[in-house]
Design a protein. Structure first.
Length: 217
C-alpha cells in the first residue's frame, strides 16, 4: 500500500522522554511520602489522560494526592525536559529526509509536546501539524486523533502510516485503518498492517525513493 503521509507519536517515538518523565514522577511522589518504583509508576500512570491516571492511583492508594499535583508534575517535567531531553536515535535524520506530509499526534497536552519537539530540534519539521488528544477530545487507543491528523494533512487514512511505540497507539493506528510502524523491542502480535521495527532508520527502507529526499536545512 502506498504511503502518502506519516503520523508520529511523540514520547518514546521521537523523543526519549519516557525514562525522564518516569524519574520525575517517582521523585515527586517520594517527596509526598509515596514510594513507587519506575516499573510500578509505568503501570499506574500510562499513556492516556493524566487526570484519569491520577484518579485511578488515588483509588489504589486509598488517599488523595495534593490538589495541585497535576500542574506541579507538569512543571517539574517541563524543567527536566528543558535540561535533559534528547531525540530518539535516528529521529532527526529521518524527518530531514521525508518529502511526504508528516505530523505528530500525541496523547499529551499540546504545550508539552511542542516543548519536547522544540528542545530536540524537531518542531521545525512538523509545525503546524502537531496535534493533541486534549484538543481533539480523543485519546488513543481510540482512532479519533489519528483520523483528525489525516484529515488535516489532506490524506486518506488508508494511505497514512503511523509510528508508535506503545500498544494504545498501535491499536489506534490499526483501528484508523493505517499502516503501523511499531517501534518495539519485541514483535507486536501479528497483524497485516503492523510492521515491527527496532529503530527509526528501518522506516526508510520500507518507503519509496520518492518519499526520501534530503530537505534543505
Amino acid at each position: 500500500m502506498p504511503i502518502d503521509a506519516i503520523i508520529f507519536d511523540c514520547d518514546g517515538t521521537l523523543v526519549d522522554s519516557l525514562p525522564l518523565a518516569t524519574a520525575v514522577l517517582v521523585e515527586y511522589l517520594a517527596s509526598l511520602g509515596v514510594t513507587l518504583s519506575a516499573s510500578e509508576a509505568t503501570v499506574h500512570f500510562g499513556s492516556g489522560r493524566l487526570a484519569e491516571s491520577v484518579a485511578g492511583f488515588e483509588r489504589f492508594l486509598g488517599a488523595k494526592l495534593p490538589g495541585a499535583f497535576v500542574p506541579e508534575l507538569r512543571r517539574r517535567r517541563d524543567r527536566a525536559v528543558r535540561e535533559r531531553l534528547r531525540p530518539i536515535d535516528g529521529a532527526l535524520e529521518l524527518v530531514r529526509t521525508l518529502q511526504i506530509p508528516i505530523a505528530v499526534a500525541s496523547n499529551g497536552p499540546l504545550q508539552q509536546t511542542a516543548l519536547s519537539l522544540e528542545v530536540t530540534g524537531l518542531l521545525r519539521y512538523f509545525s503546524p501539524n502537531v496535534f493533541s488528544a486534549y484538543d481533539v477530545g480523543s485519546w488513543k487507543p481510540d482512532p479519533g486523533l489519528f483520523l483528525h491528523a489525516a484529515e488535516r494533512l489532506g490524506v486518506e487514512p488508508s494511505r497514512c502510516a503511523v509510528v508508535e511505540d506503545a500498544a494504545p497507539g498501535i491499536d489506534a493506528g490499526i483501528a484508523a485503518g493505517m499502516v503501523v510502524f511499531a517501534l518495539c523491542d519485541d514483535d507486536y502480535p501479528n497483524h497485516e498492517r503492523v510492521r515491527t521495527i527496532r529503530s527509526l532508520s528501518e522506516i526508510g527502507s520500507q518507503l519509496t525513493r520518492a518519499c526520501l529526499t534530503p530537505r534543505a536545512t
